[in-house]
Design a protein around this ligand. Structure first.
Ligand code: GRF
Length: 195
């Protein structure tokens, strides 16, 4: 399967996916890493690994999401991906874009969905006094952070945790979970992965 990965920043999840796909006997290959930020550090990390990259700055498009997505679609469609992986991609996609990749677009979200869709997930878990937190890989549907769950990993919330310490603990699990889910998904198996 041909996989395109969309990032907005450092791309640590993207790197975890690329490393796993490069480790042989994987049913998928990375064909593109694209970003809405030409300055995203992940672009250079992907290029250093020999993966094709593309960037379309969303800022010149202002609030015209459809126009930005039309521009972003060009390099994506040229790469002919079978699967799209959102990995730290921080732009909300329109239903029209999502529908083009219905059933073959994944996202990783740093909470145990359905708890805490949206932003500031770790702060919200701490404020709620949750005993555990974690991350979720789900199919992307038009409703933000609400598609079928394909995997989850849990971590304990520890005394004295801040949003940053909790985020760091969850990120380690994200890098285990996303590759495990993509391996299974690319092989046509949608059985959820629970780590
Ligand atoms: C991570 O917390 C991830 O859960 C969220 O974006 C953050 C940064 O991801 N989607 P990455 O390091 O850019 O992959």
């Amino acid at each position: 399967a041909r996989v395109a990965i969309l990032i907005s920043g450092g791309g640590s999840n993207m790197l975890a996916l690329l490393r796993d796909m490069a480790s042989g006997d994987h049913p998928a290959q990375a064909v593109l890493v694209a970003s809405n930020d030409p300055g995203a550090a992940g672009l250079a990390r992907a290029a250093a690994l020999g993966v094709a990259v593309a960037a379309v700055d969303h800022r010149p498009f202002g609030g015209d999401r459809a126009a930005f997505e039309a521009a972003l679609l060009e390099p994506i469609l040229a790469a002919r991906p079978d699967i799209l992986c959102l990995a730290g991609f921080m732009r909300v996609l329109t239903p029209a874009f999502v529908d083009r990749f219905a059933g073959r677009m994944l996202n990783i979200h740093p909470s145990l969905l359905p708890k805490y869709p949206g932003l500031h997930t770790h702060q919200r878990a701490l404020e709620a006094g949750d005993a555990e937190a974690g991350c979720t890989v789900h199919e992307v549907t038009p409703v933000l952070d609400a598609g079928p769950i394909l995997g989850q990993a849990r971590v304990p919330v520890l005394a004295g945790d801040t949003a940053d310490t909790l985020a760091a603990r969850v990120l380690v699990q994200e890098h285990r979970l996303y590759p495990a889910v993509l391996r299974r998904f690319a092989a046509g198996d949608r059985t959820p992965v629970f780590l």
